[in-house]
Design a protein around this ligand. Structure first.
Ligand code: DAH
Length: 360
């Protein structure tokens, strides 16, 4: 065996031994550098091949190449082993703890006014009412005239109206209300007419919906708000039925012990008209700032449907009677939760809204 053969054999054995002892990627890279780097030991041996006697050179060259391939393979193999080991370790360390408590997911909830309206729907549903909706953009005819409120009637002042402009009139610098009477509805009462025209008696409907008024906004007035209208049309319906129904509704919403009272009121579309009060929810009737020291809170207006309105709806007032009521769910929600400013309902402030996360 030539000296060079011996050296190659020794290098091969030493490389295998060092590699199996190497405990990290860096140690293996150092071995690669020692043996195969530009001034590495194997590199140096191969450079010296030329010094060997010509007869031995081919065999030595083959052997040297074999050793280099083997050492390279061993280095790559060891690196792969070490990297796999790293991965196993990481997987073990980063293992998912399936028993850890989950991060809670934040879910939204209904707006408190919507919750109250949903409660109203449920209560009325139990009394056989169905929901009948109408458009938010209405005509003067439905919002006023068919409800027995002629143009220029002083009671129009009760409903400050937002008009839709006549197309083109704003651009022409001459803005005026649309000639066809298009307006934003100021109450849900126009849906009484739409229901009477669409349905046969007996009618029992409620109309939840958004209304709009040209209001100076303050703690108790908004320019958009909700109403829930109710309408019953039948052959034998009286003020006593209206009274009984509203008292039941008040008990369902505010508890069996709630006190109620009716006062005379005025609306052009009902005759007689009433206002319906409940005993103050804050002071129980003794008088406090919330009820302006009266002990009572008004939650709706109501009355027997005016004969003119029945006729406009297609019913003969000699044969049919009806009662109607209009409630303000925004105000009712304020009473329910002790909210002092209606503007909060439209503020889109999560700090306000999230207080009603239970929905009531
Ligand atoms: N529409 C009335 C308002 O906005 C409320 C109302 C009163 C509705 C009496 C009715 C009713 O149906 O009978 O002020």
């Amino acid at each position: 065996m030539t000296q060079m053969e011996a050296e190659l054999g020794a290098l091969r054995a030493a490389a295998a031994e060092r590699l199996s002892a190497a405990d990290g990627v860096d140690a293996v890279e150092a071995i690669r550098h020692d043996l195969l780097g530009r001034s590495g030991r194997l590199t140096a041996l191969m450079k010296n091949l030329g010094l060997a006697p010509a007869g031995e050179r081919p065999a030595l060259g083959r052997l040297a190449n074999e050793v280099r391939t083997e050492v390279q393979g061993a280095i790559d193999g060891r690196l792969a082993e070490l990297r796999a080991g790293d991965l196993d370790e990481r997987l073990a360390a980063e293992e998912l703890d399936m028993s850890a408590p989950a991060r809670s997911i934040r879910v939204g909830h209904l707006h408190p006014v919507q919750t109250l309206m949903r409660d109203l729907r449920q209560v009325f549903h139990a009394f056989g009412f169905e929901v009948f909706e109408g458009p938010e953009i209405e005509t003067d005819a439905y919002n006023f005239e068919l409800l027995n409120i002629p143009p220029d009637h002083p009671s129009r002042d009760l409903w400050d109206t937002l008009y839709v402009a006549e197309p083109g009139s704003i651009e022409a610098g001459d803005s005026r209300p649309a000639a066809d009477g298009t307006i934003l509805r100021t109450h849900t009462s126009p849906v009484q007419l739409r229901a009477m025209q669409a349905l046969d008696a007996p009618i029992r409907v409620i109309t939840p919906g958004r209304c709009f008024r040209y209001e100076a906004v303050d703690a108790s007035h908004a320019f958009e708000f909700f109403q829930v209208e109710g309408l019953v049309v039948d052959r034998d319906t009286s003020l006593a039925d209206l009274k009984g129904m509203l008292e039941e509704i008040a008990r369902a919403l505010y508890g069996r012990d709630v006190r109620t009272r009716f006062r005379p009121g005025y609306y052009p579309f009902t005759e007689p008209s009433v206002a319906f009060d409940i005993g103050c929810l804050v002071c129980g009737g003794d008088g406090c700032p919330a009820c302006k020291r009266t002990g009572w809170m008004t939650i709706l207006g109501a009355g027997m449907v005016h004969p003119v309105v029945l006729r406009n709806g297609g019913f003969d007032p000699d044969e049919f009677q009806g009662y109607a009521f209009g409630m303000g769910p925004d105000r009712m929600t304020m009473l329910r939760h002790g909210v002092s400013d209606i503007r909060l309902f439209f503020s889109a402030d999560v700090r306000f809204g999230s207080q009603f996360a239970e929905g009531r």
